[in-house]
Design a protein around this ligand. Sequence first.
Ligand code: B12
Ligand code: SF4
Length: 454
Amino acid sequence: MKILLISTNTASSPYPVYPLGLSMVAQALRERDHEVRIFDFLHNRRSLSTLESVVKEMQPEAVGLSIRNIDNVNLVHEERYIEHVTEIVQQVRRFSKAVIVAGGSAFSILPEEIMETVGADYGIVGEGEIAFPELLEQIDADNAPPVGSIIRQRQPIDCGGLPSAYYEPELMRHYLTSGSVASVQTKRGCPLNCVYCSYPALEGARIRPRPAADVVDNIETLIGEHGANFIFFTDSVFNDDQGQYLEVLREMEKRRVQIAWSAFIKPSGLTPEIIQMMKRTGLKAAELGTDAACDTTLRGQRKDFTWQQVQTASHNLMDAGISTAHYFMFGGPEETPETVQEGIDNILKLPCSAAFVFMGIRILPDTELYEIAVRENIIERGRKLLEPVYYLSPKVDREWLEQTLSTAFEPYSHILFPPDALDDKLQLLHKLGHAGALWDLLAPAAGPKKAQNS
Ligand code: B12
Ligand code: SF4
C-alpha cells in the first residue's frame, strides 16, 4: 500500500524533537513492503499547501497521523496543539480519499476526544508497530472494523524483536541542524506509580528492554551516518531499578562508543560509581524528574525517593561535573502553604545547574491524580480533558502560589518559573547552531542574578 505518515507535532520548545515514534512505525511498515513517505508538518513550516502538493503527487491509500502533544502542560502560559491536527485532516480529505488513522502518545492518552475532534477514520491506542500494519491488512482484505473504531494494541510488544527506528536521512539532517539532538529509545514501560503520570498507561508497567546491542547499533548509526554528536535517551526513566540501563552502558563501553548524552534520570541509586560509569560513556547533562520539593509532597506524588536522596544525587552529579536540571511541580497533592515554603527553601539550597518550576499538575485520565481530583470535587467523573484542567491542591490559593513562586525565584537565573521563561533566548541559540535543551548554557551558575552581575 502507499502510506503517507504525517508528524503533526508543531511544538519547538525546549527544542524541536525528531518524530521517533512515527519513525518506528515507518520502519515496521517498510519491513512489510509498504511504500512509505514521511511528511513532517513542522519541518515543512506548517504549510498546508505543501501538504496539498504531497498528497496530490503521492495519492496515498492510507494516511497515518502521529499526534505527540496535547498541550504544553504549562498552566501559566498555555499552548494547545490539537486544533491544527484537525486542519491537517481536513486538508488531506480535500485532495484524497485515503483512509486516515490516528496514533501517537497524545492520541493514546485521550483517544475518544481526539478522534471526535480531528475526525480520523480509525485510531490506534499505544504502540503502532503491529496494530497499524494489521489494520491496513484488514482494510486491504475488506474486513476492517467499522469506520470510527479505536483499536488497542492487544499486548505490550516484546521489545526484543522490535525493528529499529527508521532515521530518515533528510529529516535527521534537518532536525540536527535546527537545534535538536538525536533520540534513542532503550526500553519501554515504567513500574512506578507516580500520581499524575500517564507513562505507565502509555507504555505499560513492565519494563521491556531493547537488546543493548540494538541500542548501541542505533547510536553507532546516528554517529556514523547522520553525524549526531548528542543523544537523548527517550525512556520514561533511564536508570531503572532492574538495571537494564547498565547493559546499555556496558555495551557502549565494550564497543568504545562515546557520545554526549542526556536522559530522564531518577535520583535514587545514583552512587558516585554509577555516575562515573555514565560519565565514561558521555553523560553530559542529567534531567531529574524530582517533581516535588519536600518529603510531604514527594509522598503526595507517590515518588519512590526522599528529599535526602534528591540532595545526595544532586551533590554526586555536581561533584562529578555533570550539569544537572530538576523539574518541580508545585500545587500537587498534599501541598500546603507550609510545604510551599519548605520546598522553596529546599530548592534554593540544592546544588544544580537549573530548576524548572511548574505550577499545578495537568490532570490526565487513567491516573491516580484523576481519582483524587474527582474525590476532591475538582472535576466531575467523565469530564472531558482535552481542554486542559490542572490539579491545584485545595489548600493553596492559585494567585498566592503564583505570586509566591515568582517572588521567591525571580532573583535566581538558574531557577525558571514559569518553566518556559527562557524560550526566546533558546530559539536564538538554536538559530546560532546550539542544540538541545541548553539549560546548562542559559543558567551557567547557581546563585542570585545580582551576584552574577557584580
Ligand atoms: C522523551 C520525551 C521528551 C523529550 C524528547 C527528547 C527527544 N530528543 O526526543 C523532551 C524532554 C524534549 C520532551 C519535551 C516535551 N514533551 Co515529552 N515526552 C517524552 C516521552 C518520555 C517519550 C517520547 C518518546 O520519544 N517516546 C518513544 C516513541 C517511540 O514512542 P511514541 O512517540 O509514543 O510512539 C509510539 C506510539 O505512540 C505509536 N505511534 C506514534 N506515532 C504513531 C502514528 C500512527 C499512525 C500510529 C498508528 C501509531 C503511532 O507507535 C509508536 C511506537 O510504538 C513521552 C512520554 C512517553 N513515555 O511516551 C513524553 C510526552 C510525549 N511529552 C509530553 C509533553 C507535554 C512534552 C512537552 C510539551 C513538555 C514541555 N512543556 O516542554 C515538550 C514538547 C517537545 C516537542 N518539541 O514536541 C507529553 C505529551 C502529551 C501531553 N500531555 O500533551 C508526554 C506523553 C508525557 C506526558 N504524559 O505528559 N519530551
Ligand atoms: S513520573 Fe517517571 S518514574 Fe514516575 S511513573 Fe511516570 S515515568 Fe515512571
